[in-house]
Write a protein that binds this ligand. Structure first.
Ligand SMILES: [Zn+2]
Length: 298
């Protein structure tokens, strides 16, 4: 899908200005999307899609001689049209602990595993790969929830940062390591969407539809459910090796069914369903929520 004609490239998303949030400096062509994940409650804030990002055609078989670039498209994004799997990986994690230092070490180690898992897939189809940064204090960077609520965890595309505030993560996951692993894998799924151009494409569509409209909420659900699916893929790729046993991976994938059924994230059964699709199939093409019937993304 090429969104140029339909959605345009406004220099600033007025919703960000309305929210009072800082306007991110468009250094790398990132959409400032604030994606929040919680086992119990989830929130989203959409930010800026700047003119700095050159639109590209979503065409299969893009010449690899071109510089890596995002493709601002949803169902036809090459991330989804090339059926790719995450290769089996061995993820070694330190002992899980509840102190900031212990949790940071745990999450940083998992981030290394996530990078290793996704980099070959992202780079292999000429999308720009970039590591993301972990933030564990209560700051929101250039993103914040529109209603002032405190999220458990979120990805801020404007800053390329994963926010995992210590206490809210421990509270939101009951301190269960397998669930923590799943939460970070979900947030990293938004980072994958960011690198691919899916996040920006969705943001523009949702802006056009109106965030609180039925159409806008459906777009948000398709985005969130896809992140669940990507998280399931990661759990499948590392299950039974290193520090992540098959039982832990299965627990992490199953925990998505404990979602609260928010309108912008999907019913609890659908949240669990898409995590299972990723976990059982480990294929990006199977995570194409944009092409799924409405009933599967309710
Ligand atoms: Zn999310």
């Amino acid at each position: 899908m090429d969104n140029r004609g339909a959605f345009g490239y406004p220099p600033i998303d007025p919703r960000l200005l309305e929210s009072g949030a800082p306007v991110p400096i468009p250094q790398r062509g990132r959409v400032a999307r604030f994606v929040v994940y919680s086992i119990v409650a989830l929130f989203i804030v959409v930010g800026v899609g700047g003119p700095f990002l050159a639109p590209t055609e979503a065409v299969a078989g893009v010449a690899q001689a071109e510089a890596p670039h995002q493709v601002v498209a949803l169902s036809t994004n090459p991330l989804l049209t090339y059926p790719q799997s995450l290769a089996p990986g061995t993820c070694t994690l330190p002992k899980f602990g509840r102190t900031t230092d212990e949790l940071r070490a745990y999450l940083e180690a998992e981030l290394t595993c996530l990078d290793a898992a996704w980099k070959p897939v992202v780079s292999g189809i000429n999308l720009p790969f970039e590591s993301t940064k972990l933030t564990m204090d209560d700051s929101s960077g250039s993103c914040r929830a529109r209603d002032g609520s405190a999220p458990v965890a979120f990805y801020c595309g404007a800053d390329n940062e994963l926010h995992m505030p210590v206490q809210s993560v421990l509270d939101g996951t009951d301190g269960i390591p397998a669930v923590v692993i799943g939460v970070l894998a979900h947030e990293y799924g938004h980072h994958v969407q960011d690198m691919s151009g899916i996040l920006l494409a969705e943001s523009r569509r949702e802006k056009t539809a109106g965030r609180d409209t039925e159409a806008g909420l459906e777009l948000s659900r398709r985005l969130e459910l896809q992140a669940n699916c990507f998280a399931g893929m990661f759990l499948a790729s590392v299950a039974g090796r290193g520090s992540i046993t098959k039982s832990m991976a299965a627990t992490g994938a199953a925990a998505f069914a404990d979602g609260g059924g928010e309108k912008d994230h999907g019913t609890a059964p659908n949240q669990g369903r898409w995590a299972q699709i990723g976990y059982q199939q480990n294929k990006t093409a199977a995570c194409n929520t944009w092409a799924a019937p409405q009933g599967d993304v309710s």
